[in-house]
Design a protein around this ligand. Structure first.
Ligand code: GAR
Length: 230
């Protein structure tokens, strides 16, 4: 009697699709531009698939279009509640199947409807040395307080406003002659360095949000994130 020996071949499915990023903006989009440039030159191993603004006509939308990225506008004013706006945003984004969602000057407070849907793959940049000055007018507050330095923080987004685990933080000096505008410009320059860096870590699979907070290469990050040195 002959037995036919069956060999099971395991099918390996190796995805060649690059990491998919969606970016949410509300304005000028200089951080978006830094992210676009970093994906184009290969610093971030990913592609930006979609840019959504909650405001029509903003410069960030032009920047996205110029880079050949799909754009969408979802006006928060068309919605009766934050939750219904967020539900639409989740639906719109889900169609794009993003691995990472980056808030780049997105000036809307998000509800758990949105944050839960994308837990662990949602980054924000905030123009202060968190936990100092969550919320608005960070540069004015730093100047009024007589601080000697300001900066920016990239962090994972959780339900706490500007309170999710920090990933990386960059400092800039405050000069005697600074006003809000000059300080904002100096801070933006470092934002454009640390945001692509954090996005790169995420897309390389090195950055994670766990129960203990943010971790890079499986090592828990310091409470204020990595101190970026230019
Ligand atoms: C940036 O300074 C960013 O940190 C801030 O808005 C600006 C957007 O500039 N974000 C927040 O304040 C969020 N709380 P951009 O549109 O030129 O990137």
């Amino acid at each position: 009697m002959k037995f036919a020996q069956q060999t099971k071949t395991k099918e390996l499915s190796i995805s060649t699709e690059p990491t998919r990023i969606a970016v949410l903006i509300s304005g000028s989009g200089s951080n978006l531009q830094a992210l676009i440039d970093a994906t184009v030159d290969g610093f971030i191993p990913a592609s930006i698939e979609l840019v959504i603004s909650n405001k029509p006509g903003v410069k960030g939308l032009e920047r996205a279009a110029a880079a050949g990225i799909s754009t969408g506008v979802i006006c928060h004013q068309d919605y009766s509640s934050r939750e219904s706006f967020d539900e639409t945003l989740v639906q719109y984004l889900s169609d794009c199947r993003p691995d990472l969602i980056i808030l780049a000057g997105f000036m809307r407070i998000l509800t758990p409807v949105f944050i839960t849907a994308f837990h662990g793959r949602l980054l924000n940049i905030h123009p202060s040395l968190l936990p100092k000055y969550p919320g608005l007018h960070t540069h004015r507050r730093a100047l009024e307080a007589g601080d000697s330095e300001a900066g920016a923080t990239v962090h994972f987004v959780t339900d706490e406003l500007d309170g999710g685990p920090p990933i990386v933080q960059a400092r800039v000096p405050i000069m005697a002659e600074d006003d809000e505008q000059s300080l904002a410009q100096r801070v933006l320059q470092v934002e454009h360095k640390i945001y692509p860096l954090a996005a790169r870590w995420f897309c390389e699979g090195r950055l994670r949000l766990g129960k203990e907070g943010a971790a890079l290469d499986d090592a828990k990050l310091p409470a204020q994130g990595i101190d970026y040195q230019a």
